[in-house]
Structure formats: C-alpha cells, structure tokens
Design a protein around this ligand. Sequence first.
Ligand SMILES: Nc1ncnc2c1ncn2[C@@H]1O[C@H](COP(=O)(O)OP(=O)(O)OP(=O)(O)O)[C@@H](O)[C@H]1O
Ligand SMILES: [Mg+2]
Length: 280
Amino acid sequence: MEEVVATRYVTPLREGGSLPGIVEADDLGTYVMKFTGAGQGRKTLVAEVVCGQLARRLGLRVPELVTIQLDPVIGLSEPDQEVQELLKASGGLNLGMDYLPGSLGFDPLAYEVDPVEAGRIVWFDALINNVDRSWRNPNMLVWHGDVWLIDHGATMIWHHNWRGAEASAAKPYDASDHVLAPFGPDVEAAAAELAPRVTRELLREVAADVPDEWLVDEPGFETTDALRDAYVDALLPRAATIHERITLGPRSERKPSQAPGWLTDHLAPWPHPTKKDSTT
Ligand SMILES: Nc1ncnc2c1ncn2[C@@H]1O[C@H](COP(=O)(O)OP(=O)(O)OP(=O)(O)O)[C@@H](O)[C@H]1O
Ligand SMILES: [Mg+2]
C-alpha cells in the first residue's frame, strides 16, 4: 500500500458512524479518511486493510487503499469541535480509501446485480464474516455503472477475542439480511472460483499490508508478525468450507429502499431490465 501525507481536511462525511472525512493528499489524490482516533478503535482499520486488500486481490471492486500520514495541525482551523478532536487524536498513520466522486449509495430497487457477481460478494462477506452489508446499510457504491464495496470495518469478529478465534471462525454465516440475498447469489460458483485463490501466501501478503503501529501491544502476542499470522490462520480454513455454512433464507422480495414512496411507487414492477438489457 502506498503512503501519502494529508495536506488538507476538506469535509466530514456525516453518513458514516465513525465520522470519516474527505482529505486531500500530497499525491494530489482525494481520499475518504478513517481515523485511528475514532471511537471504533484501530481494529476497524486493521479489518479495512485485511479485507479490502483481500477483496482487491480476488478481483472484487474496492477503491484503492492507502495509509495517510496526518499532522493534526491541519485541523486547527476546523470550526467543528468533534472534527477537531478526532484530528487531534489521530496523529500518525490513518487509513485512506480513494474517493469515488459522484458515486451513489447502492439501492436494490434501482440496480440489478447478476447472480454470479452477487455470489462472489456474498461468499466474500461470509469469508470475512461481514455483518454490515444489509439492505439498511449496504456499504456498496455504484460508480460508472459498477458496484464498489466499501466499509469492511465490522468484520472478522474473532479479532475481538483471539482466544476463541478458532471456534468463532468456524461458525456459519447468516446472509438472510444481506442486501444481495434477493438477487439469487450463486455462492457455490463463487466458492469454486475464489476459495482456491485464498492461499496462505495471499493471506500473508494481505496481512503484511497492515501497518505495525495498528498491531502492536495486542495482548497474547509477542510480535506484530505473530498477530498477522493469527489473521491468516483464521481466514485460511474458513475459505475452504464456508460456502457450506451460508444461510440465504427463502428467496424474497427485494426490501424497500430508503427512497420515499412518492419517488418509487410509480416505478415499473420487478424484474427491472438488467444492466446489459437496458443499454438501448
Ligand atoms: N470511497 C468512497 N467514495 C465516495 N464516497 C464514500 C467512499 N467511502 C465512503 N463513502 C461515503 O461515506 C459514507 C460512510 O463511509 P463508511 O460506510 O465507510 O463509514 P463508516 O463510518 O464505517 O460508516 P458506518 O459504520 O456508519 O456504516 C458512505 O456511506 C458513503 O456515502
Ligand atoms: Mg458504512
């Protein structure tokens, strides 16, 4: 992962629970920045790196991730006290995700995902135990006609209690609330395609991307590399068999979008034409 330096804090993203912000950096990039000083803690950032980089290696669309060096001085002129305190508490390395300008939040009533792509995403979320891709909070963006995955902070529950990690990582995945459950996700095909690619080597490369300073002083681990190995050891066996333990629930209607009724009531009933059909 590249490391950049934040040069300007642009604005907070109020939709995010952790108060991520948009920043400009010295490589002229614009990033969504997640702060080490946020209440959710640095494990959220570790999860973003491990899962985000893993997804990218598997060919799923996730905006590029970088680490961002922050000098809290750039927040001194911030009028919002909450933002100023967040910046003050976050000196050092933070996480950046390439900002997708003009992207829209995914709406299951307005966008069709084919079963193959839905299967890949649901299978991946099962692997990382993502509890944050529901129809209430899809954490997917549509940009230039494609779906992009964001926000992998609430995953890998086992890293909150390493002593029970093996048992916890063996548990099933309930996808009945997943935003893509109604699209008939083909998780068998996804497992056949993706599981063999989740090797120890690949997981090691992904874990190596996590900065040491987010890993130090974890109780029970002598070194940061020992902790990196724990991430590998939890994900590797899960990749091989998790598709057998995904609950999708009965194929249901797509859940209501958050758009108001006056906007959606007059839309054509399902199924909408797929992306390919609708390019006339
Ligand atoms: N790369 C990006 N490009 C454009 N917009 C983004 C990007 N990443 C996040 N956003 C916007 O910021 C919002 C919050 O981001 P994100 O979900 O990652 O933050 P969060 O604090 O973890 O949120 P929560 O936990 O409340 O879901 C997203 O819903 C989206 O609107
Ligand atoms: Mg989110």
